[in-house]
Design a binder for this molecule. Structure first.
Ligand code: IPE
Ligand code: IPE
Ligand code: MG
Length: 241
């Protein structure tokens, strides 16, 4: 099995999982957190170097207030309860998104956990929180624009590497594999720039039901793909020297 260096996951289907059981949506989110634990530990075990989880989108702010505050509380509780296991597995926490919008308490525990795990080097667990791909690109463009205005940069210096350096993901490689659960076949504003050549795997399994077996199945599917990056299949067989 070829393990992706960077795995990104759109964790979807918590609400439907709860509705199928006549439970409140938050019960689905709570079960979703259990899946996060399982997947994070299995990825660390498999040797995934970067795991990015789409936990809360810039559009998710428009959900009912009690769901939003429930999700923020779950996030803080998850970070507190997982610190010991992140240390044990050598996991460094990072985050992307417009973190300034997070409630004070969640932001604080996020910051503390990132600092506490800063020297771990086995796997990066990167949480996309208050994250939108377009919002990220807007913030990157604004920051480049400001540097041009103040003559720290010239527009002639704009290239792919410069844009990458201004995105929230500046310290991460592009995802090799993107998994979305729950049967939806869309990207929902996740990592728009970064997934240009990622392999996509969609599964009907709802996130609370996703487990080690489904994770292995997705990685096996990824292992069978030929990533051509615009080249021909023959070129990949006999790389030009
Ligand atoms: C994913 O589950 C979690 C978040 C978006 C925060 P959903 O809450 O979107 O679940 P469905 O799509 O309603 O089933
Ligand atoms: C995407 O799921 C966001 C997260 C998983 C955090 P959504 O449930 O918000 O996406 P849509 O609305 O179905 O596209
Ligand atoms: Mg959803």
């Amino acid at each position: 099995m070829h393990i992706p260096k960077h795995l990104a996951i759109i964790m979807d289907g918590n609400g439907r999982w709860a509705r199928n059981r006549q439970l409140p949506r938050l019960a689905g989110h709570a079960r979703g957190v259990e899946t996060v634990r399982t997947v994070v530990q299995e990825c660390a075990r498999l040797g995934v170097e970067y795991l990015t989880l789409y936990a809360f989108s810039s559009e998710n702010w428009r959900r009912p207030g009690d769901e939003v505050s429930g999700l923020m509380s779950l996030l803080a509780a998850f970070l507190r309860s997982e610190l010991a296991s992140m240390q044990e597995y050598g996991i460094r926490l990072s985050a992307i998104g417009d973190l300034a919008l997070l409630p004070e308490q969640s932001r604080r525990v996020l910051q503390e956990t990132m600092e506490a795990t800063a020297s771990n080097d086995k796997m990066v667990l990167n949480l996309a929180l208050s994250y939108g791909g377009r919002d990220e690109i807007i913030r990157a463009m604004a920051s480049i624009g400001k540097k041009i205005e103040t003559a720290q940069l010239s527009s002639l210096q704009i290239d792919e590497a410069l844009i990458c350096d201004h995105l929230d993901t500046r310290s991460l490689p592009d995802p090799d594999l993107l998994i979305r659960t729950s049967g939806e076949m869309r990207i929902s504003n996740f990592l728009l720039w970064q997934i240009a050549y990622s392999e996509l795997v969609f599964t009907d399994v709802l996130w609370p039901d996703f487990g080690v077996e489904e994770l292995h199945r997705a990685i096996e599917e990824f292992s069978l793909r030929e990533r051509r990056f615009g080249l021909t299949g023959d070129q990949l067989q006999t790389p030009e020297t």
